[in-house]
Ligand binder design. Structure first.
Ligand code: ADP
Ligand code: MG
Length: 384
């Protein structure tokens, strides 16, 4: 990691012909269980990854910021006072963070920024939140703002929702800020209360296997919006603020009050998924064997596939192959329609799980899935 930081600082010097004032970083994340629960004000259980985004930065005089990323072809000039809609492409993510802080009344100077990342971009492991949170923390330090990590996460989220225009929940940013080594984070997406629970893997002979399905993305945004609207409508028909307020015991009766089968299935997913997250959280918090969350991961996948209908053939095939190769549990993770699959397996079975998924893809003529190491890791921090 030291090498990465040195290399980034050196790139900064070469590009901007000056010294950075510091280097900050924030991690990507993978969600163990709890998908499409966040915008229903429910529960999620992600881990922060060891893969991170690093930012070196210095304030500059004038009206123009410059953002440069090793992962992007072009260095971008952005007006210091750019408003939503004014910035196209990847620079909207960092420019949005500066904008969100200005919205809160902070005097954010023009910036020189250099970015590098080991989080795969666009794979569903939240390279966007890693970038936003690294910069948000950097700017808080630069401006001597004493914000707690959840407040920083909310600034990052606002950048993504209002400046970039992606209507996501706050799980990604909260995870990037609060990550902890050897822990998963039990997050209540209503209060944003965060409770780290032990997730000891190698010590228990286990490994998390994350595979990027490399599904060509299609229709993701419109389908996501449709699911959100359906959940909202169901909540209002049931007279609750959000589906999180529907207890499993009240589900059966509630379903009879909904107008169609599709809406009933959507609600059943959210309510059952929240219950699974709480059960996994309770198990890990009590120091239980992580293997025991495997069956709930399997149930979660079936629910996302059949009730919420956000899976995809490449996700289903990967999950089935992983389960067949002896994984304790496997599921799609993230918004769906593509992205990654997460499996929990005996360390001794991990290679066999990957091989089984790779073989199943090869048989269908699909691109080889990419294996991504997943180790529960620390959250955003200043690193220099
Ligand atoms: P994910 O967050 O799952 O990786 P998103 O579509 O939410 O996928 O965010 C990916 C986008 O974030 C990229 O298309 C790019 O605009 C921006 N981004 C993320 N990381 C970087 C980076 N290191 N350099 C430049 N842009 C980045
Ligand atoms: Mg993202």
């Amino acid at each position: 990691m030291g090498d990465q930081i040195d290399a980034l600082a050196e790139r900064f010097r070469r590009s901007y012909r000056r010294e950075p004032v510091g280097v900050w970083s924030a991690p990507g994340r993978v969600n163990l269980i709890g998908d499409h629960t966040d915008y229903n004000e429910g529960f999620v259980l992600p881990i922060a990854l060891a893969q991170r985004t690093w930012i070196a930065l210095a304030p500059t005089t004038g009206a123009t910021s410059r953002y440069t990323s090793v992962q992007a072809d072009e260095s971008m000039a952005v007006e210091r006072e750019a408003e939503p809609g004014a910035v196209r492409g990847w620079a909207a993510y960092p420019a949005g963070v500066a904008w969100a802080l200005r919205q809160d009344g902070h005097d954010v100077p023009a910036l020189n920024v250099m970015i590098d990342s080991t989080v795969p971009v666009g794979a569903g492991l939240s390279s966007s939140a890693a970038l936003e949170c690294a910069l948000a923390l950097a700017l808080c330090d630069l401006l001597s703002l004493e914000l707690d990590p959840t407040d920083v996460a909310m600034i990052a989220r606002r950048a993504e929702n209002e400046f970039v225009g992606a209507p996501t929940g706050a799980m990604d940013q909260v995870t990037a800020m609060h990550g902890r080594a050897a822990h998963a984070l039990a997050i209540d997406c209503r209060s944003f209360d965060v409770r780290p629970v032990p997730l000891v893997l190698p010590g228990r002979g286990l490994e998390l296997v994350v595979l990027d399905s490399r599904t060509p993305h299609a229709l993701v945004d419109s389908e996501y919006g449709e699911r959100r609207r359906t959940c909202q409508e169901a909540a209002s028909r049931l007279g609750v603020r959000a589906l999180r307020d529907l207890e499993p015991a009240a589900l059966k009766a509630a379903l009879t009050r909904l107008p169609d089968e599709k809406m009933r299935r959507r609600v059943r997913h959210v309510v059952s998924e929240n219950a699974r997250v709480l059960a996994c959280t309770g198990l890990l918090a009590a120091g239980g064997d992580p293997r025991e969350i495997g069956s709930m991961m399997n149930d979660s996948h079936a629910s996302l596939r059949d009730d919420f209908e956000v899976s995809a053939p490449r996700l289903d095939v990967a999950v089935t192959a992983a389960q067949g190769a002896g994984a304790a549990g496997a599921r799609m993770t993230g918004g769906g329609f593509g992205g990654c699959v997460v499996a929990l397996a005996e360390g001794s079975r991990a290679d066999a799980v990957v091989a089984a998924v790779t073989e199943a893809y090869a048989q269908r003529g699909w691109e080889r899935p990419t294996r991504i190491p997943a180790t529960p890791s620390a959250g955003a921090a200043r690193v220099r």
